[in-house]
Ligand binder design. Structure first.
Ligand SMILES: Cc1cc2nc3c(=O)[nH]c(=O)nc-3n(C[C@H](O)[C@H](O)[C@H](O)COP(=O)(O)OP(=O)(O)OC[C@H]3O[C@@H](n4cnc5c(N)ncnc54)[C@H](O)[C@@H]3O)c2cc1C
Length: 326
């Protein structure tokens, strides 16, 4: 690695041997940030067997990728990831570090910024060009305002909202180089003992083209049947819920959308009785078309809805089903 080259480093997100879609979105964001700063775009994959994923990134994006084998990092462990990155990134001359604004990204990114003495901008949704380099935009006040930030110092750690940047379509763009690095187990203060997959984790949410999502406004568990019947009108649909609905046990946690749940980007997202808290919308804002049904005309979900239905959801969904003959 050349000491003179300053880099933008994308930290790949992956689980169970597969790259998370947000990794390609991070690369899309990187392409908007790196040229103005004259940085080389690179990626790192950390894990126990990072080679295949590093190869996939290098092949599909053309960027140089480091396969960083970290002893003992069999499952995601925020502390181990942060310590490994804190040791590695200065060696890579990282000026900008990009991670996902996801549960795992939020686990390591703020602490990493502190370790590196870096500026930290979380939740980036878009990039614009300012006089002195890129400026970063994110939502503020539960989506009612937008905030523009620029770093005063370098290096810079950014987390990027899943769904905010459009990933380049998959394709072969010329093989990037893959370099292997081995790191010994970081000196963690915590240890992951076990990883237990949640019940219903494979709810088909990620693949569904239509997601019908229930919020607390559904009122009672029995009303979910209406949403199930609406989902049944489509050939590729899944039922999802906000966190309160999953906390109440009306749906499994595998069906929760949001910061601590799944990130989905279906063609149609039907939000039924969901207020639009940021912790929910981060998980669905990449949806192609959003229809929100809420009895409160001021509900924040209407800020990102394409169609706003101010109505009692049971009345609206019943009428919809009647019209559709479902
Ligand atoms: C660290 C952290 C992580 C979190 N992670 C998540 C997450 O992953 N996912 C998530 O969803 N939340 C998450 N939350 C919770 C989040 O902050 C909100 O509390 C939650 O999203 C609210 O869910 P809701 O919209 O269903 O309920 P509420 O905010 O209670 O909204 C219910 C809505 O229903 C409407 N309504 C009521 N009755 C009717 C009716 N008859 N017809 C139509 N509309 C009606 C109301 O006007 C209201 O807007 C998290 C919170 C924290 C602190």
């Amino acid at each position: 690695m050349s000491a003179a080259t300053k880099r933008l480093v994308v930290v790949a997100e992956h689980a169970q041997g597969r790259l998370a879609p947000v990794t390609w979105e991070l690369l899309a964001c990187a392409r908007q940030v790196a040229p103005a700063l004259e940085l080389e775009i690179t990626a790192v994959v950390l894990g126990q067997e990072p080679q295949p994923l590093a190869q996939e990134i290098a092949r599909r994006s053309g960027v140089k990728t480091w396969a960083v084998e970290v002893e003992g990092l069999a499952h995601f462990h925020g502390e181990a990831q942060r310590l490994a990155l804190a040791g590695l990134l200065p060696r890579l001359e990282a000026q900008v570090v990009l991670g996902a604004h996801s549960t795992s990204g939020l686990d390591w990114a703020p602490a990493l910024a502190t370790d590196l003495g870096a500026a930290y901008i979380p939740g980036v949704e878009s990039v614009s060009r300012g006089a002195d380099g890129p400026a970063f935009w994110r939502s503020a006040h539960f989506g009612k305002a937008r905030e523009k930030l620029t770093p005063e110092t370098w290096p810079l750690v950014l987390t990027v909202q899943p769904g905010a940047f459009e990933a380049a379509p998959p394709g072969e763009v010329g093989q990037g180089k893959v370099e292997a690095i081995r790191l010994s187990a970081p000196p963690c203060r915590t240890k992951v003992l076990e990883l237990v997959e949640g019940a219903g984790a494979d709810a088909g949410l990620g693949r569904a083209q239509v997601v019908v999502a229930a919020g607390r406004g559904v009122g009672e568990k029995e009303n979910l049947e209406l949403l199930r019947r609406v989902a049944g009108l489509f050939s590729s649909a899944a039922l999802a819920g906000s966190r309160p609905v999953c906390d109440l046990g009306w749906l499994g946690y595998g069906q929760q959308v949001g910061l601590t749940g799944a990130t989905v980007a279906p063609r149609l997202y039907l939000a039924c009785g969901i207020s639009g808290a940021l912790q929910h919308t981060v998980g669905m804002q990449g949806s192609g078309f959003v229809v929100a049904i809420n009895s409160d005309p001021q509900a924040a979900i209407f800020n990102l809805a394409d169609v706003c239905v101010v109505e009692d959801l049971t009345a609206f969904l019943s009428a919809l089903l009647e019209m559709a003959g479902g």
